[in-house]
Design a protein around this ligand. Structure first.
Ligand SMILES: [Fe+2]
Length: 358
């Protein structure tokens, strides 16, 4: 598939406005990450230690291009599923009872008086490992036509994600394979592919109220595709840093829009990487808005791949000559597994989202 032009109204229904405060993130070539290019690895590491977000240029390597192509196919899937499947049907796609709502299931974040999703949006998660490795994995009939697109997205996303982890491993002076083993897709990791739709604003006027609380991610790595604005990040260096990062609104923060760029994913790390690096790496604070300007008149679709550590991984600082050693106080903390930690994190975010609704 040829790269999609910014003017393609199918994917980019209205231009991103010039008048909103925005940040031009640095760009990293996916080919450089696959090649283990030292300069690109150092630049990525520096970003992950500071602002925490970058644009990943997927057009420089066939594996990246495959990721982007699959993203566009799932964009089409989202239009069909969210646009045509009744909510009662979508709600039959339940979360995994073992893992709560981490990796599987449909959810409308809020419903109106007629029982339809409000402007807060609706999302649908599919577990990466199962869709990629289990051809018998049962999908509802309305998801089945998109099995191949999901599979391709999870396959290419895993390749890209592992390349990022491999580079991080080297930068953190960890033994080769430590991260790539920790993040290898398995039945237990809870890695997922998420489709999200924010319905067009009924009034047609963009709102300045976030649709959810500002937060840092519970995923170790997030790779996001979106075709309209909606994501905002706190101005770099204004955000809290380190393992004491606390979710919550901060009036001092200045929020900047991220303009979607064709052929690029937006990449960020989440809290587990802050823990593993004992505060060296940053999980960037962000929030989601309704799209800006004219874009508010159109449904906003976004798609992400979330990667998590193996569920039995202990949430502790790893040992290397660049990672600060745990303090005596940190050593006293009881062991928590990645799975228990992730369940608690999701619960906290959902509770804060519910409070926001009130
Ligand atoms: Fe997030």
């Amino acid at each position: 598939m040829a790269p999609i032009a910014a003017s393609d109204l199918t994917y980019y229904p209205a231009p991103f406005p010039d008048h909103v405060p925005q940040i031009e993130l640095q760009r990293i070539s996916v080919k450089d990450l696959f090649d283990g290019n030292e300069a690109a690895a150092a630049k990525t590491f520096d970003i992950f230690c500071n602002s925490g977000f970058f644009y990943l240029d997927l057009t420089t390597d066939p594996r990246g291009q495959g990721f982007d192509d699959a993203a566009n196919q799932l964009h089409d899937a989202a239009k069909d599923i969210f646009g045509h499947i009744p909510i009662e049907e979508k709600e039959t796609w339940k979360g995994n009872p073992l893992q709560g709502f981490l990796d599987t299931g449909y959810r409308a974040l809020a419903k109106d008086e007629t029982g339809q999703p409000t402007e807060k949006g609706e999302l649908l998660n599919v577990p990466s490992y199962d869709i990629l490795n289990d051809s018998e994995y049962k999908l509802p009939t309305w998801l089945e036509p998109y099995r191949h697109a999901y599979k391709s997205f999870a396959h290419h996303g895993d390749l890209v994600g592992q390349a990022i982890f491999q580079n991080l491993e080297r930068q953190l002076h960890l033994p080769a394979g430590q991260f790539t083993t920790m993040f290898r897709l398995s039945k237990e990791t809870g890695g997922f592919v998420r489709l999200f739709r924010q319905p067009a604003i009924k009034s047609g006027v963009a709102s300045d109220i976030p649709i959810g609380p500002a937060h840092t991610d519970g995923n170790a790595l997030t790779m996001l595709f979106n075709w309209q604005g909606g994501l905002q990040i706190a101005r770099p260096n204004a955000a809290s840093r380190g393992i004491k990062m606390i979710d919550g609104a901060n009036a001092e923060e200045e929020w900047l829009w991220l303009k979607p760029i064709p052929g690029h994913a937006i990449v960020n790390l989440g809290d587990p990487m802050v823990t593993f690096s004992n505060g060296l790496l940053t999980s960037g604070r962000h929030r989601v808005m309704t799209p800006p300007g004219e874009q508010a008149k159109h449904h906003r679709y976004s798609l992400l791949m979330g990667m998590r550590p193996a569920s039995t991984t202990l949430m502790r600082a790893l040992k290397s000559d660049v990672i600060p050693p745990e303090t005596e106080e940190q050593k006293q903390r009881p062991d928590v597994t990645a799975l228990d930690w992730a369940i608690a994190k999701v619960k906290a975010i959902m509770e804060r989202a519910a409070q926001n609704k009130a």
